[in-house]
Design a protein around this ligand. Structure first.
Ligand code: SF4
Length: 393
């Protein structure tokens, strides 16, 4: 098969090489959001790419993207997942959502997961019926009970969004397809909050699982609530959460803790940011441009753009994922700083998320801004596991 791409003059590819494999494609189907979270990396971290985008991905871009996915399905052995993202993806409305999911499912068999990351406000039975019809699951972002959630997740006039989000979550959990549709919750940590309160609140929502993210930040701009590079506010918060989780006879699955414990016990992780598994993550922007992981936006304006940008409307993704630019980007997941490379925690920490390593002075050649927190959590986890082993061996 002969494919002509911009990043490589002529590339002949019959099968995607293992080092070029794509694990996740995050599709920015809507460039705007119906709320205005104050910590959002898309709108409040200095990158302004969103303002030049049309509000929604148009039908020509969707068709071109689906053509690329179809080729990837036939040439890559490993299935990849597609995450619909924004802005807020449900701003698409029912008709556009139906057309998008229909087009995606025409090229993606059901074993290729499609999920939608939403702030939950626009969830309705009709929207969920469409998601169910095309086998697309729904994960909702919520940070905790009202007084915690509404500190940061606010509307465009600064009003809290908790009540509307909760209504969306309840609609999701009561839907006839909830056992498939409900893909769990995603929360951003506020280290000044009480992790036990948050844990019990999420359990009360009967969520199937929850994932926690640290706030964005880097060496030049410390994450909110972190006093210094050596303080462990986030590590301490996670340890308190872990202790609650471990003492619960019916624990709520917590993805980040489960992944870390799996690595400690010799297993593999399911997502980037932990351990040494390289993930192939592509972002397709609303206009079809292929971008790097969009969390990089928080480092500097344009940090998520490839040097030689491609657009799905210009041709196949296959030559692009074999290009030097893509392979270099994939390699960025491995930390290069000497302290990380000789660190006894590297296997588990993996140097953290790329965006957390940034400084104006040394680029991404730094340990994570969360290095002290990671060490604190990893040591606590190792300690708990050792105690368990001592008890039973
Ligand atoms: S960020 Fe810190 S804990 Fe993680 S690998 Fe680097 S030095 Fe080790």
């Amino acid at each position: 098969m002969l494919i002509i791409g911009r990043t490589t003059a002529i590339t002949v590819v019959d099968k995607v090489a293992p080092e070029s494999e794509v694990d996740t494609v995050l599709v920015k189907v809507a460039s705007r959001c119906n709320i205005n979270c104050t910590y959002c990396y898309v709108y409040h971290m200095g990158d302004d790419n969103w303002s030049r985008m049309s509000k929604f991905m148009d039908s020509g871009t969707i068709a071109a993207m689906c053509g690329s996915f179809s080729q990837l399905v036939s040439q890559q052995e490993k299935p990849f997942s597609v995450v619909l993202h924004g802005g807020e993806p449900f701003l698409l409305g029912k008709r556009r959502l139906f057309e998008l999911l229909e087009a995606l499912r025409e090229v993606l068999p059901e074993r290729y997961p499609i999920s939608i990351q939403t702030n939950g406000i626009l969830i309705s039975d009709e929207i969920l019926d469409i998601c169910l019809q095309f086998h697309a699951s729904v994960a909702v972002s919520i940070d905790g009970p009202e007084h915690i959630h509404d500190r940061f997740r606010v509307g465009h006039s600064g009003e809290g969004t908790f009540a509307k989000v909760l209504r969306g979550i309840k609609t999701l959990s009561k839907h006839r397809g909830a056992s498939f549709l409900n893909a769990g919750l995603l929360a951003v940590i506020d280290p000044s909050s009480d992790p036990l309160e948050i844990y019990h609140f999420f359990k009360s929502l009967a969520a199937p699982s929850v994932d926690f993210l640290c706030k964005d930040g880097n060496h030049d701009r410390l994450p909110l609530g972190k006093q210094s590079l050596f303080s462990v506010e986030y590590g301490d918060w996670m340890v308190r959460l872990m202790d609650q989780y471990l003492s619960d006879p019916e624990p709520l699955p917590i993805r980040v803790l489960d992944d870390m414990m799996k690595v400690l016990l010799g297993g593999a992780v399911s997502k980037e940011g932990i351990g040494l598994t390289d993930f192939g993550i592509l972002i397709i922007d609303t206009d079809g441009t292929v971008m790097k992981n969009d969390t990089l936006k928080s480092s500097y304006n344009g940090a998520d753009r490839f040097e030689e940008p491609v657009n799905v409307k210009e041709g196949s993704l296959i030559p692009f994922i074999h290009s030097e630019g893509f392979l270099e980007y994939k390699k960025m997941q491995r930390p290069v700083h000497a302290r990380c490379r000789s660190c006894p925690k590297l296997d588990l920490c993996g140097g953290g998320m790329i965006l957390h390593r940034w400084s104006e002075k040394s680029g991404f050649d730094n340990p994570s801004v969360y290095c002290s927190d990671q060490i604190y959590l990893i040591e606590a986890m190792q300690n708990r596991i050792n105690k368990l082993i001592e008890r039973y061996v």
